[in-house]
Design a protein around this ligand. Structure first.
Ligand code: ADP
Length: 569
């Protein structure tokens, strides 16, 4: 520690040169020139004085004391100087302008980089202390006043989230087809370089919105199928003559005769609701609508509008994240509008529509439904009729759909898809028993035989027992619960019997009526279209019964079937 400073005591005659010498005479001129003297420190001068004094000079101890004081003083000076320098450096740092933070986009060999700063692109130099290959695409980098990259800051932890619309062939991502967002093409960050991405995923962007940084796994995403419908002429649908006619009147007519509809100022529907039991062809009819409308327009006008069939299941839209389901609905409409603008015929097909557009009954999804229904109505109201977007709803429980959805100007056509009757069933068998298959008999004969077996009023065909509130008991037969789906499954199963036989006997086989009847029996025992429980409510969904009139509806007990003769011969 330096000694406290003491005020110097003036010595009499101290300013006078010693020995009464003249001022022009330089001190120590006998030893050093004036210039040499000027380069010496005070301490060195004192040492010089000591060296000139005789060893036993009475003042020698005083000079030593003086020397000590000078050493202490110089130490203090040195420390003060150091502190001052540090302070200067701090002041300098505090005065310097802020660094900029940018997004590293691409290295430019050997020592430059493409960065984006505040939305503007720069080619910056990289501090030689930072190896260029240590910087990763999408990382934040610190740039100084000269825009030189001086530090890497790692990846952003926050940023906007967007949905991927399309993967470009070189791996870049297209986003922003959603309403209100400008479409953008993004780079992938180094983190995503090798990730398998697909449209519909949500990704987080860097602050400059140039790079997709990571996939954010929030929320359930709609596993929507974007389909181009396979060729499906109306004739490929059996037993739905009335439904097909209703669809053609509802959709085909206005599209094909726009002028007439305009002249008569006839309202044109924007879509329709298909309702009826499961497996009877609602989805098939929806797809056939898309396929046939495209063909009809092409034939009549020569213009081909490729169809865009967006098939969504209602429950997939329901999402536990607040606002996410609404976003999904908006997005579905946005996609359709976009494709229609590009010249496609867009179809939005919502299966199990009652689950998302149901009456706002109490329950788990009540709060979501209370916003989804109005949102859907707003989107429907925003659609222009005949602008190449058609909305098709399908439901097993049309009675549960909110009436607001079914008002004029929205989905105001309800088309019933019945269970096929015997004629319809025969027709569907004929569709699936194609002439090109190895059949044991002519298609018609086989179809007739299996249809008769299907509809035979024999005990083995008894399938459901109904007990009405009045106490009356009734039995439903297999024919009463026929559907296109079960017929398609029966024919497939019959084919597998014939194939197995062929493998076992090592001989060519053909599909016989026995194969079909065996398949019929097994399908009704195992088909997963039917509930596996005895719960009346589950079975009611398959029928048109008024729930108020029925006390019990359930399978005829297997025991009973056995007792009654079982199987069909
Ligand atoms: P839904 O939508 O009414 O539940 P789908 O249209 O999905 O029924 O039918 C399931 C499958 O059953 C179809 O892919 C088709 O193979 C067959 N199918 C259903 N109804 C018919 C029908 N009327 N004509 C021909 N095949 C049908």
């Amino acid at each position: 520690m330096a000694e406290p400073k003491k005020k110097p005591v003036p010595t009499p005659g101290a300013n006078r040169p010693p020995n009464g010498g003249t001022e022009s005479q330089s001190p120590f001129s006998d030893l050093l020139s004036r210039e040499q003297l000027d380069t010496l420190s005070t301490l060195q001068i004192v040492d010089l004085i000591v060296s000139k004094l005789p060893t036993r000079h009475p003042s020698i101890m005083d000079v030593f004391y003086l020397r000590e004081r000078i050493v202490a003083l110089e130490e203090t000076n040195f420390q003060a100087l150091e502190a001052l320098e540090k302070l200067d450096a701090i002041v300098e740092k505090l005065r310097s302008p802020a660094f900029r933070v940018g997004t590293f986009l691409m290295p430019i060999e050997p020592d430059k980089a493409h960065v984006c700063l505040g939305g503007t692109d720069y080619v910056s130099r990289v501090d030689p202390q930072i190896p260029l290959n240590s910087l990763q695409v999408g990382q934040r980098v610190l740039c100084n006043e000269a825009f030189v990259i001086v530090q890497s800051l790692g990846f952003d932890r926050n940023g906007p989230i967007v949905r991927v619309d399309e993967l470009l062939s070189d791996g870049r991502l297209r986003i922003g087809q959603e309403t209100g967002m400008m479409p953008l093409v993004l780079l992938r960050s180094s983190l995503l370089a090798k990730e398998k991405l697909k449209p519909g995923l949500e990704v987080r962007l860097d602050m400059n919105q140039r790079v997709a940084l990571e996939v954010v796994g929030m929320g359930k995403r709609i596993d929507r199928s974007l389909e181009t419908v396979t060729p499906l002429p109306w004739e490929a649908i059996g037993g739905q003559v009335e439904a097909v006619q209703a669809i053609r009147d509802t959709i085909e007519m206005p599209f094909l005769h726009r002028d007439l509809f305009k002249r008569f100022e006839h309202t044109v529907p924007k879509g329709f609701l298909l309702y009826g039991p499961p497996g009877c062809g609602k989805t098939l009819l929806g797809k056939a609508t898309a396929y046939n409308l495209r063909q009809q327009i092409k034939t009549q006008t020569g213009v081909d509008h490729p169809e865009f069939f967006l098939h969504v299941k209602g429950p997939e839209i329901l999402n536990m994240w607040v606002g996410e389901s609404e976003r999904q609905v908006r997005d579905l409409f946005a996609q359709c509008r976009e494709r229609a603008n590009d010249g496609a015929l867009a179809f939005l097909f919502i299966d199990e529509a009652e689950s998302v557009l149901g009456t706002r009954r109490a329950g788990r999804f009540q709060s979501i439904l209370s916003t989804l229904v109005p949102m859907f109505c707003t989107e429907m109201d925003g659609l222009e009729p005949l602008q190449n977007v058609v909305v098709i709803l399908a439901s097993n429980r049309a009675d549960l759909i909110d009436p607001a959805i079914l008002r004029p100007g929205r989905i105001d056509r309800k088309i019933k898809v019945h269970r096929p009757d015997q004629v319809g069933v025969q027709r569907i068998y004929e569709i699936y028993l194609r002439d090109t298959l190895p059949l044991a008999e002519p298609k018609l004969a086989l179809a007739t035989a299996v249809t008769q077996a299907h509809f035979a009023r024999i005990p083995g065909n008894q399938f459901l027992e109904v007990i009405y509130r009045s106490g009356k008991r009734d039995v439903l037969y297999r024919g009463d619960l026929a559907s296109g789906a079960i017929i398609a499954a029966i024919v497939e199963r019959a084919k597998s019997f014939a194939i197995k036989r062929s493998i076992e006997t090592k001989q060519e086989t053909v599909l016989t009526r026995e194969d079909l009847v065996d398949a019929l029996n097994m399908e009704y025992a195992e088909n997963d279209l039917f509930p596996t429980t005895d719960v009346t409510e589950d079975w009611m969904k398959l029928t048109d019964f008024d729930p108020d009139n029925v006390i019990r509806l359930g399978p005829v007990r297997p025991r009973k079937v056995e007792a009654l003769g079982g199987g069909i011969v």
